[in-house]
Design a protein. Structure first.
Length: 380
């Protein structure tokens, strides 16, 4: 059975007067948000840590004997306790070689604890029930910043025997909440030598950057902030506030700013999801939605020779296929007129005539192609 869906879209762009009313309606301001929700100060960042270690105590689910790196690591570890063995003498089924990753917060103090993630790098089947031996975690500069150790929490398992496998979740990746202790503290500096702090927007926008600078200057009653580009705003810290930088930054983060945003419609064709701001504007659009259904049906019958007594290769039963084409068309045609000129109104109107989500996506793409959708259409 084949279906042919026919869509006829007619886009009517409004005249000068209608365009003026649309422009005035499009200037509706969004709700103000705190400045700390729009971005962060430069220098406020987490630092990646990584280490190589061993997880022991596994119930025969560790690395196999073919993994020479694991056997060598076990031999090296035992040598620190005055146990001399060669890698060939080591059985590693209860041990797994793992990589440990963690993120060091920007203001981590010495003695603080951070979470770590443990991942198998050999052929271990599961890390369930294992415990991580003390492992140094290094930064990109090859310096040790934390030490990790403790029981690994996996939340899954994998057991196999005679070709039968039972598995839950992903047993070769685990975590240790608070499993690493910070040995070298980090104190992020957000103010440079000239007494300047830089605020960075999460979503670069020239209008929002200008509004942020204006809000800071109005709050302090002096020209302290300057919008350098669409992303960065430089703020000069007064002499009297440099010794009390925390209070100064807190005052800035509490400011409310109305961010500007680009009109955008996001469409996910795989899941049939459409996400759009309720005030995304479109020009006046008229949509005619009809459905044409074409069915091709084949009836197979058998032609049997009757009153024929002869036999031979030319005398046989024959199968005959009889096909017919049925065309059905709905008498009613869906008609939509989006008068309020928003994507939300258009989708509501299409829903009233029982248009499915994937057809709505096709209509939005056609409206964009006609130049009537005043927004960026993002197809995922």
């Amino acid at each position: 059975m084949r279906y042919l869906m026919a869509f006829v879209l007619v886009a009517c762009i409004a005249g000068t007067a209608a365009g003026a009313s649309v422009a005035s309606a499009a200037s509706t301001e969004s709700a103000a948000v705190r400045l700390k929700d729009l971005g962060k100060f430069a220098g406020w960042r987490e630092n990646a840590l990584v280490g190589y270690g061993l997880v022991t105590g596994l119930a025969g689910t560790g690395d196999s004997g073919n993994n020479k790196a694991t056997r060598q690591a076990i031999a090296n570890m035992l040598s620190q306790f005055d146990v001399a063995v060669t890698p060939e003498q080591v059985l590693s089924r209860n041990t797994a070689a793992v990589m440990i990753t963690a993120s060091l917060p920007p203001f981590a103090a010495e003695g603080a604890t951070i979470d770590v993630t443990v991942t198998s790098m050999g052929d271990a089947r599961s890390l369930a029930g294992g415990s991580l031996l003390i492992t140094p975690l290094k930064g990109p500069n090859n310096k040790i910043y934390a030490l990790a150790q403790g029981p690994v929490s996996v939340g899954g398992y994998k057991y196999d025997m005679n070709g039968n496998v039972v598995q839950k979740n992903h047993p070769t990746v685990g975590s240790i909440p608070g499993g690493a202790t910070v040995e070298v503290g980090v104190n992020a500096k957000i103010m440079n030598a000239s007494g300047i702090v830089t605020f960075t927007l999460s979503s670069a926008d020239y209008t929002t950057s200008s509004r942020v600078a204006a809000a800071i200057n109005n709050a302090f009653g002096q020209q302290l902030a300057t919008a350098r580009d669409a992303e960065k705003i430089e703020i000069e810290v007064p002499e009297g506030s440099r010794s009390r930088l925390v209070d100064f930054v807190t005052r800035i983060e509490r400011l409310n700013v109305e961010p500007d945003r680009r009109a955008r419609v996001v469409v996910n064709e795989r899941t049939g999801t459409v996400v759009s701001g309720g005030d995304v504007r479109i020009a006046k659009v008229v949509i005619s939605h009809g459905e044409l259904k074409i069915s091709i049906v084949t009836d197979n019958t058998v032609s049997q020779p009757i009153l024929v007594r002869q036999t031979g290769p030319d005398v046989r039963t024959e199968t005959v296929a009889n096909s017919r084409v049925d065309v059905q068309e709905k008498n009613e045609t869906g008609y939509v007129s989006a008068s309020n000129n928003t994507v939300a109104d258009l989708i509501q109107a299409l829903t009233r005539i029982k248009t499915n989500t994937r057809d709505i996506i096709s209509i939005l793409r056609a409206v964009k192609a006609a130049g009537a959708l005043h927004a960026d259409l993002v197809i995922q």
